[in-house]
Design a protein around this ligand. Structure first.
Ligand SMILES: Cc1cc2nc3c(=O)[nH]c(=O)nc-3n(C[C@H](O)[C@H](O)[C@H](O)COP(=O)(O)OP(=O)(O)OC[C@H]3O[C@@H](n4cnc5c(N)ncnc54)[C@H](O)[C@@H]3O)c2cc1C
Length: 166
């Protein structure tokens, strides 16, 4: 149902933006086909970064537990492709921290090992900014979704990063 509604929305976006899209060549896909790899389409060159090894995966496993790391290519696909299906990365690892301390430990390790990362929350951005281009590690913020404080007088809340407004 949600997918069908999103498709209708994207079709409307395409129609409304058709005059500009013609020149820019950007089109929000509503099909189930995978988009071309971003690195191929834009002829991009991978930076001088390390590649994820088994030892790295063991480190993240010991830090987060196996249920908070994803290495299954089928499961990773939705993290590699953006919501409007305009870009596709080739990440082979998704990690899901639950706290600031875990984010910090992940970043310290990746910095030391020179592993590239890509932060991702809802993956609902419309410009492909939340998807890897090559094999960056996706740091998914999906589990950091708590409301930390609500101030009714000031009518505002303090939330963790990946919070949805109902
Ligand atoms: C149907 C629809 C309607 C929309 N309408 C509007 C609208 O009316 N007004 C509007 O302003 N926007 C609109 N948007 C855009 C929406 O606000 C963006 O999707 C939103 O900013 C993405 O937030 P996200 O948490 O899903 O992050 P993502 O899509 O996952 O990421 C967005 C960017 O933030 C970066 N990022 C994610 N998490 C972190 C982090 N923890 N630290 C650092 N960087 C991070 C990503 O790398 C990426 O560059 C709409 C989107 C959709 C799909």
């Amino acid at each position: 149902m949600r997918h069908a509604l999103m498709n209708i929305l994207l079709q409307r976006c395409n129609k409304a933006a058709a005059p500009c899209l013609g020149k820019m060549g950007r089109h929000y896909s509503t099909s189930s086909l995978k988009p071309e790899l971003t690195s191929v389409r834009y002829k991009m060159k991978r930076g001088f970064y390390a590649t994820v090894t088994d030892a790295d995966i063991r480190f993240f496993d010991s830090l987060l537990g196996s249920n908070r790391i994803i290495t299954d290519p089928d499961e990773i696909e939705s993290y590699n492709i953006d919501f409007p299906k305009t870009v596709r990365g080739a990440s082979q690892l998704v990690v899901k921290p639950k706290s600031t301390e875990e984010v910090s430990a992940i970043m310290k390790y990746c910095n030391k090992r020179r592993l590239a990362v890509c932060p991702q929350s809802g993956n609902t951005g419309l410009v492909g900014g939340s998807n890897p281009i090559f094999d960056e590690i996706v740091i998914s913020m999906k589990l950091m979704n708590k409301i930390l404080d609500t101030n009714e007088l000031a009518e505002n809340s303090t939330c963790e990063y990946c919070n949805r407004i109902p």
